[in-house]
Design a binder for this molecule. Sequence first.
Ligand SMILES: *Cc1c(COP(=O)(O)O)cnc(C)c1O
Length: 354
Amino acid sequence: MKKINIDELVRPHILHMKPYSSARLEYEGNDGVFLDANENPYGSVSGGQHNRYPDPLQMQIKEKLAKVEQVREEQIFLGNGSDECIDVLVRAFCEPQKDAILVCPPVFSMYEHVAEAQHIDIVRVLLQPETFQLDMPAIRSKIAEMPNLKIIFICSPNNPTGNLIHADDIEALLQEFSGLVFVDEAYLDFSGQTSWVHRLQEFDNLVVIQTFSKSYGMADARLGILYAQERVVHFMNTIKLPYNVNQYSQELALKALDKISVKDQYVSELTAGRDYLMNELAFIPLVQKVYPSDANYILFRVQDANALYAYLIQHKIIVRNRDSAPLLKGCLRVSVGTEAENQRFISVLKQYSN
Ligand SMILES: *Cc1c(COP(=O)(O)O)cnc(C)c1O
C-alpha cells in the first residue's frame, strides 16, 4: 500500500479553491421549470434539441465505466480527449516555473506540450536504445535529485515504439516515487494485458488514462478517461471548465459502452492486420528492422526514412516520420489500416525496393 497525501501534492492555491458551481449542479432533478441557466426554452436554431447545457460531471457515463472497470465513480475524470485529462492534471499539480515533470522519449509529445505551455520544467530520461524500456537508474537519480518533480509520465504500450513497459519497473516507481505516476493506456486494448486501473487501491499515486479515440474508433468525439484516487479527481474537477464534454460525445459514449463487443471485434481485426504487416515487413529487403508491437501501429527502420516517407506520400500513403526523434533515426511508424489499406501499403513498399 502506497499512501500519499494528495493535499500536499496539489498546487497550494487549489487546495481550498471552490469548484465552479454550474446551474446544473445546484438542482439535480430532471423535471421542473428550468429558469436557472439563461437557456433558450423554445428550441435551437440549428434544429434538433440542443438548448440545454450538458451534465458537467457526465454521471451516466461514469456509472457505466465504474461497473466495467470496478472502480468508484469518484475515481473517474472525463475530458475533451485524453489530451484535456493530461492538461488538467498538470495544471492541478504543477506550479509554473517551480515544479517539473519527467518524460521518457521517444514518447507521445502531449505531456511535454502541455507542460511547456504552462512553463513547467521538463526532465527527459531517454528510454533504453532498441528495447525501449525505462532507464531505471537514471530515473531514480532524477527522483533523488529533484524534490520539485511532481509527475512521471509513462506510456504503455509506448507510442511510437509499440512496446509495453515492464510492469515491474512501473510498480517500482509507484513504490519509490512520492509524486504521481501516470500510465497512458491509450493502446492497452491491443496488448491483451490487464489495466493498471485495477491497482488503484494499492497505489495512491497511480493515475491511468484511456481513450475512446483508438480501439473504440471515436477520435472525433474527443473523449478521454482518467482514473485516479478520488482526491486527485476532486482537484481536477475543481479547476476544469464546467461543460468540458459536450452532450453529443456523452451520448455517443453511452451507446458505445453498451456495445463493448463491437470494440473487441475491431481489436481482433486490427491485431490480425498488425500480424499481417509484421510478417510482410520482415521480408522486405529495404526494411532493416521491425520492432515488436503491442499496439495498432508498427515502428520500422530503413536506411533513409525521409526518402521513403516522401516516396510513400507520392503514392498517397501517409505514415508518421519519426526519423528526427531521439533513438529513432531511420524510423517510420505505420498505423494498422483496413485489410485493403495494409495490402496497398505493402505493395507500394515492395515496388520501392525494386
Ligand atoms: C492517441 C493517443 C492518446 C489519445 O488522445 P485523445 O486526446 O484521447 O484522442 C493518448 N495517449 C497516446 C499515447 C496516444 O497516442
